[in-house]
Design a protein around this ligand. Sequence first.
Ligand code: PMP
Length: 397
Amino acid sequence: MWQNIEAAPADSILGLTDAFKKDGNPEKVNLGVGVYKDDEGNTPVLSCVKEAEKILLASEKTKSYLPIPGDPGYGKNVQKLLFGEENEVINSGRAVTAHAPGGTGALRVGGDLLKKFYPDAKVWLSSPTWANHNAVFSAAGFELEQYAYYDAENRQLDFDGMTASLENIPGGDVVLLHTCCHNPSGVDPDREQWRRIAAISNEKGWIPFLDFAYQGFGESVEADRFAVEQFAALGGDFLVASSFSKNFGLYNERTGALTLICPTQKEAAVAFSHLKTTIRVLYSNPPAHGGLVAATILDRPELYSLWIEELGGMRERIRDMRRALVEGLVARGVEGDFSYIARQRGMFSFSGLSAEVVDWLRENKSIYVVGGGRINLAGLTSKNIGYVCDAIAEALQ
Ligand code: PMP
């Protein structure tokens, strides 16, 4: 069957991790894949997760199937986290949520659902965006377009370009927006800019599809909701793909959610029925463990506080590494203004390193950076930061 078929290329980001694992250099550093690491270079299970797992282990009575949209308690908790406890969207019942296998699963379920009812819509992605967005929405059968986003020259948001693009997108098309901690640039719209983006969506009638993979990694769980709140306040339709992979460290439990927000409860019920039929043919019903862990933490004030503390620790460590990288490069006399690295948010930074430098770092120093120069700051530690700064300084000489 496969004799005359060429092998598919390795995934651009996960393939890099495979190469990293095979590298025998004891000083190797992985700044590629978007996984949080502590100062020891480990991706630990959060203590709040361990506590929740103890509770679940003691109380679990069955491994029977979950309902198609997952545990109802999970859906409620996802909504509380997305919108805040007393939000009109929740009280009116105009939002419905299904547990999806990770943020990726949520994006694909949303894509398949939209394709059924808006077969001629195009999906608009930011330029640049997370590589898998392109693959997920093409797999769902969509034609893709790009809207302006990152100004590489000035290393900031190209807001004029962005609004000019968004104003030209026809009603009925789908626009994917990163709500915070844009991957790969680390550059987000500010509050005023989000208000403007939401207003354009309202004027033009395109469908906002929000990708919310990093809640809590920007400023805080509450502040990072700002974009979601702006679209909720419009009272219209939008979708949110959210993920607990990063903020709960539940990467391999595939714990995400797709939330559909509609103008009325009646429309939400119709939307939910179609969401369920879409899921049924994709994976039937979701895996249970991660969702139960997240709901157990979000339901219990003491575990919630512990989570907020641990999430804050992750966010602060990444910020410290941003500062340390900027200071390290300045201290080595590397030419240029690197202060933008400290201003960017979330796990990633567009380092501005050229393709040649990225290759040189991998081949000569075993430092792995995604093509395009995206650096995962969480891959830096107090032990390897000096080595990385030396290597970059040498590469840029
Ligand atoms: N969206 C963005 C912007 C991401 O960066 C990621 C993870 N890299 C995802 C979605 C998918 O997250 P998950 O691992 O939960 O599928």
